[in-house]
Ligand binder design. Structure first.
Ligand SMILES: [Zn+2]
Length: 413
């Protein structure tokens, strides 16, 4: 069934969203818990309301809008996120979120009554927030947030996660008390831009995700001795930054060794203290991230990296502490949802490519509550998390048509 998508109505919403938190470089800065992201969430709530979807917030801070079906029971859902990284792009998250709302309006316009209910979900804080947690809303909804994390984790200024949550009307206590069983879905489909170049290079408009990679992340803190850079001879230094530098190279070396197994590793965060030109760094922390597919365990390279770090610390006589921030396993999507997507693409006559998602998404965590699938759209030059991120409206329209057809097929009409 082809459901007509009103792409100009979608574009109006998309353009309005792209003005919220717009940066001087033309990008988007809507960090979780920021005033800009709060404005975006109000905008989403308004759009859900206008589409007749009776918006409500769950205890984890995710916004929902439901279109009732004929039968009670678990809904068929779609959605994504409105938050962005610092100076990120306008398509990441927003296409899947505002796209899901447009799909509901288009199904309304077509006068289709579904058997199961349909639902839009706008997840809270998908991007890594200032507490070092990504996909906060979907993790919390499936019961992965505990008291220690909610009350113990604080940002660089000392604000706790629970305080940040309460500033937007979300109670840490309610998150601890929520019952994931109440949030089961029949199916969840996330439409998202690829943020890689597989579709762009192959000139295929639609990607059907087969598996979603999860990341392992660790905070590694080195403690040496801060001393005067002029008065301390080279052979008696305990330089925390030099030790961290060796750790960073160990991550690169180890992950290169396993690159044919789809392993990638990155250090994208470093803090040096005291950070003065004439003082030997006394403390340094870095955040290591390792990603990989379902075909090879990430624990293998991670064990080697940890061993290399311990050796470096011993040789350089610095203390080291390795804190696990998260260890998300990679997951395959649901064969039933993937088949529904393939069937939908065939009905519409659109070519599509089966491909893995090398980036993490809320769908990875929603897999605990639902059978999940994902649609990818081409990112120009493969760019993601950057103001120049771009996906053609024509491709978005195809993606929304596929999403609409698949949701109706899954919900039954
Ligand atoms: Zn995203």
């Amino acid at each position: 069934m082809r459901i007509a998508i009103n792409i100009s109505r979608f574009k109006q919403d998309f353009d309005a969203m792209s003005l919220i938190g717009r940066t001087a470089e033309g990008g988007a800065s809507r960090l979780a818990f920021s005033p800009q992201e709060q404005i975006a969430r109000e905008f989403v709530k308004q759009k859900l309301y206008e589409a007749g979807l009776n918006p409500f917030m769950d205890p984890s801070g995710n916004l929902h809008g439901r279109r009732l079906g004929v039968e009670p029971g678990p809904a068929v859902a779609a959605g994504s996120h409105s938050d962005s990284v610092e100076n990120g792009g306008h398509f990441d998250g927003v296409v899947g979120l505002l796209g899901a709302i447009e799909v509901m309006r288009s199904i309304n316009d077509a006068g289709i009554q579904t058997r199961r209910s349909l639902e839009v979900i706008s997840f809270l804080s998908e991007e890594p927030n200032r507490f070092g947690i990504s996909c906060f809303g979907s993790r919390a909804l499936c019961g992965k947030m505990d008291r220690a994390l909610l009350y113990g984790r604080s940002d660089i200024k000392g604000e706790t996660l629970s305080a940040a949550l309460s500033s937007i009307g979300v109670s840490a206590q309610e998150i601890i008390g929520l019952n994931p069983e109440e949030y089961k879905y029949n199916a969840f489909v996330e439409l998202h831009v690829e943020q890689g170049r597989m579709l762009y290079d192959s000139k295929i408009p639609l990607g059907l995700v087969t598996e979603i990679v999860g990341a392992y992340r660790y905070k590694v803190t080195f403690k040496g001795q801060a001393d005067h850079s002029g008065g301390t001879p080279m052979n008696s230094r305990r330089d925390a930054l030099a030790a961290a530098a060796e750790a960073i190279l160990a991550v690169e070396r180890t992950c290169r060794k396993y690159q044919d197994k789809d392993i990638v590793g990155t250090v994208g965060v470093i803090h040096v203290s005291p950070g003065a030109i004439n003082v030997i760094p006394g403390e340094c922390d870095i955040i290591i991230e390792v990603r990989g597919s379902t075909h090879f365990p990430k624990s293998t390279p991670v064990a080697e990296i940890k061993e290399a770090i311990q050796n470096t610390a011993r040789q350089r006589k610095v203390e080291v502490n390795i804190e696990t921030l998260m260890e998300d396993e990679s997951r395959s999507v649901s064969p039933r949802v993937l088949q529904a997507l393939e069937q939908g693409a065939a009905e519409l006559g659109y070519p599509c490519l089966r491909m893995p998602s090398r980036t993490g998404h809320d769908a990875l965590h929603m897999a605990e509550l639902s059978e999940v699938g994902m649609i990818f759209l081409p990112s120009r030059e493969g760019v993601g998390h950057h103001p120049s991120e771009w996906t053609d409206m024509g491709d978005i329209e195809k993606g929304l048509q596929l999403l609409a057809t698949t949701l109706v097929n899954l919900a039954g009409s």
